[in-house]
Design a protein around this ligand. Structure first.
Ligand code: SAM
Length: 253
C-alpha cells in the first residue's frame, strides 16, 4: 500500500516517467494536474487521473528509475557495465566495497543495492561538488545507512584496513594498486573501469610490478544490442550505445 512520503513512479499514456514523492502537494504535467495525496492508501499498479482526465499508472520505482531521474554531475557508469562488475566480481550481500571516485553516485547506488543493509560502501572523491551531488543521490535512493562518502584522493592511500572489493572509475587506477595489495582480502576483486585503450595499456605496464599478488587479469567490454519490438517487425535497433569503457578485473591472492 502507498503511504505519504513514499517515492512512486508515474507513467503516462506516452510512456513518459515521473518520479514523485507522495505528499499533499499537486504535481503539474502537460497532461494535467495530479493531486498526489489521492495515492495514499492505493496499491502499486493502480491509476491516478489528472484534472484533464488523463490516466497515469503508478508503480514502485527501482534503482534504475532513481538513477535515470537523479541529478548528474560527471558521466555515470551505465547499468550494462555495473551489471558485469557485480556479476564477475561476485559482489554479495554484506560485502565491504571501497569505491573511487564517487562522481554522480550511480555506481555507488548499484553497489549499495547489492551489498544490502549489512554491507558497506566507502567511496572516495576528490571534488567536493561531486561528493555533494552523490550524497544527495544516495539519499534519494535510500542508501545513506550503508554508504560513506569521503573527500579524499585515493591515490594517496586507503584509510580502511579491509575490503572485500575495490571498484574504481577514475583516470589512473594503477596508482591504487600499492594500496589495494594492503587492504584487499584474498579472493576479493580489484575492478577498474576506464574509457580509453591507452589507460588499459598504462595500467598493465604498472601491473607487472604487482603480478604476484593477483590471479587471472581479465579485461572485458560489454556490448548490448537492443531490438525494436513492433507488431509488424522485430529487428535490431539501428543505433546502439557502442562504447562506454573497458573493465579490468584482478583477483587478489
Ligand atoms: N562511477 C561514477 C558514477 O557512476 O556516477 C562516476 C565517476 S566520475 C567519471 C570520476 C570521478 O572520479 C570524478 O568525480 C572525479 O572527481 C573522481 N576522481 C578522480 N581522481 C580521483 C582520485 N584520485 N581520488 C578520488 N576521486 C577521484
Amino acid at each position: 500500500m502507498i503511504r505519504e512520503g513514499d517515492k512512486v513512479l508515474l507513467i503516462d499514456k506516452r510512456g513518459k516517467r515521473y518520479l514523485v514523492t507522495v505528499s499533499e502537494r499537486e504535481f503539474h504535467t502537460d497532461l494535467g494536474i495530479l493531486k498526489l495525496s489521492e495515492l495514499i492508501g492505493k496499491e502499486y499498479g493502480s491509476r491516478i487521473t489528472s484534472h484533464k482526465g488523463e490516466e497515469f499508472r503508478v508503480i514502485k520505482p527501482d534503482i534504475n528509475d532513481i538513477i535515470a531521474k537523479m541529478r548528474r554531475g560527471p558521466q555515470i557508469i551505465h547499468p550494462k557495465d555495473a551489471g558485469i562488475i557485480v556479476a564477475y566480481a561476485g559482489i554479495s550481500p554484506g560485502d565491504t566495497v571501497i569505491e573511487a571516485g564517487v562522481g554522480s553516485g550511480a555506481l555507488t547506488i548499484f553497489l549499495a543495492n547489492i551489498v544490502g543493509p549489512d554491507g558497506r560502501i566507502i567511496s572516495y572523491e576528490i571534488r567536493e561538488d561531486h561528493a555533494e551531488i552523490a550524497r544527495k543521490n544516495v539519499e534519494l535512493a535510500g542508501f545513506s545507512d550503508r554508504v560513506t562518502i569521503k573527500l579524499k584522493d585515493i591515490y594517496e592511500g586507503i584509510d580502511e584496513e579491509y575490503a572485500d572489493h575495490i571498484v574504481l572509475d577514475l583516470p589512473q587506477p594503477e596508482n591504487v594498486l600499492p594500496h589495494a595489495v594492503e587492504v584487499l582480502r584474498p579472493g576479493g576483486y580489484f575492478v577498474a573501469y576506464t574509457p580509453c585503450t591507452n589507460q588499459v595499456h598504462r595500467f598493465f605496464q604498472a601491473f607487472q610490478e604487482y603480478r604476484e599478488y593477483f590471479y587471472r587479469p581479465r579485461v572485458v567490454e560489454v556490448l548490448v544490442r537492443e531490438h525494436e519490438v513492433k507488431r509488424e517487425c522485430m529487428r535490431p535497433k539501428t543505433t546502439m550505445l557502442a562504447h562506454t569503457g573497458y573493465i579490468t578485473f584482478l583477483r587478489k591472492l
